[in-house]
Ligand binder design. Structure first.
Ligand SMILES: C[S@@+](CC[C@H](N)C(=O)[O-])C[C@H]1O[C@@H](n2cnc3c(N)ncnc32)[C@H](O)[C@@H]1O
Length: 247
């Protein structure tokens, strides 16, 4: 993959960057700067966006339980985006890597068709036990979910080609590149790939952050933009969601 040690913060798509390359070789993007919300409103915009979706008692309890376990889970705004994509595509078959204790799964199931099946994978069966309970409490029949314990990279090759409407990758960022390759095979044309935590809480957009996991994630984010195979959009929810439709 190409290096991202040079170019502006828009990963090189901006043609009007000022020539003020910093120590990292990154420059401020003139387009991005012109889009910036005034600082005094930025936190309000963020807070309002996260508070806008309404979470019911099951989601609230699952989120609280995740907090007690120290497990990162999909925020309300990102959950609402997942539900929106599932609903817009009338999703019948969805794959999720990173079940956690079911927060994102609840959002996905609520957007999918009533007969849709969520295939969800996690290496922690104990988390999946909690997710199974949350799905039941939310009123989803066991037939709506296929909960598979295992490593994403081991399970994904067993899933069928071209039949999935949505693939949500939300596990280990060092495996995201492989997740993208798998999603390209699993999705039908027009199906959508979503990468959870795509902004790594801002680290991806901070050129000073050069740890291997962030660099790998930045490369994945860039590669999805720089190919004709995907139609991507980066959604700045708390941790960021990268959504990309397969052509
Ligand atoms: C961020 S949490 C997922 C949260 C969940 N998607 C949600 O929003 O409620 C990441 C999950 O990925 C799982 N995980 C980590 N590495 C994995 C791997 N290689 N394959 C499958 N699951 C993995 C962890 O056990 C954890 O439950």
């Amino acid at each position: 993959m190409a290096s991202t040690t040079s170019g502006c913060l828009c990963l090189g798509s901006c043609s009007s960057v000022p020539a003020s390359a910093g120590a990292t070789g990154w420059r401020r993007c003139a387009i991005a700067a012109s889009m910036r919300v005034p600082q005094q409103h930025a936190n309000h915009a963020h807070d309002f966006t996260e508070a806008y979706p309404v979470e019911d008692a099951v989601l609230t309890a699952a989120r609280a339980q995740a907090g007690e376990l120290g497990l990162t889970c999909t925020g309300p705004a990102a959950g609402a985006v997942l539900r929106l994509i599932a609903a817009a595509g009338a999703a019948k078959a969805v794959v999720e890597v990173g079940t956690g204790i079911g927060v994102s799964g609840l959002w996905l199931l609520r957007g999918m068709r009533p007969d849709g099946i969520l295939t969800t994978i996690d290496i922690e069966p104990e988390y999946q036990r909690m997710a199974r309970r949350a799905f039941a409490e939310a009123g989803f029949a066991p037939s709506r979910t296929r909960i598979i314990a295992g490593r994403g990279l081991d399970v994904l090759p067993r899933l069928a080609d071209g039949v999935y409407d949505l693939v949500f990758v939300d596990h280990d960022v060092t495996e995201y590149a492989a997740g993208v390759v798998a999603a390209a095979r699993l999705l039908r044309p027009g199906g959508v790939l979503v990468l959870g935590g795509a902004l790594a809480a801002g680290r991806v957009g901070d050129p000073a952050v050069r740890d291997p996991a962030t660099v790998a994630l930045r490369e994945v984010v860039k590669s999805l933009r720089d190919t004709d195979e995907w139609v991507p959009a980066l959604v700045p929810t708390r941790d960021g969601l990268l959504c990309a439709a397969k052509r």
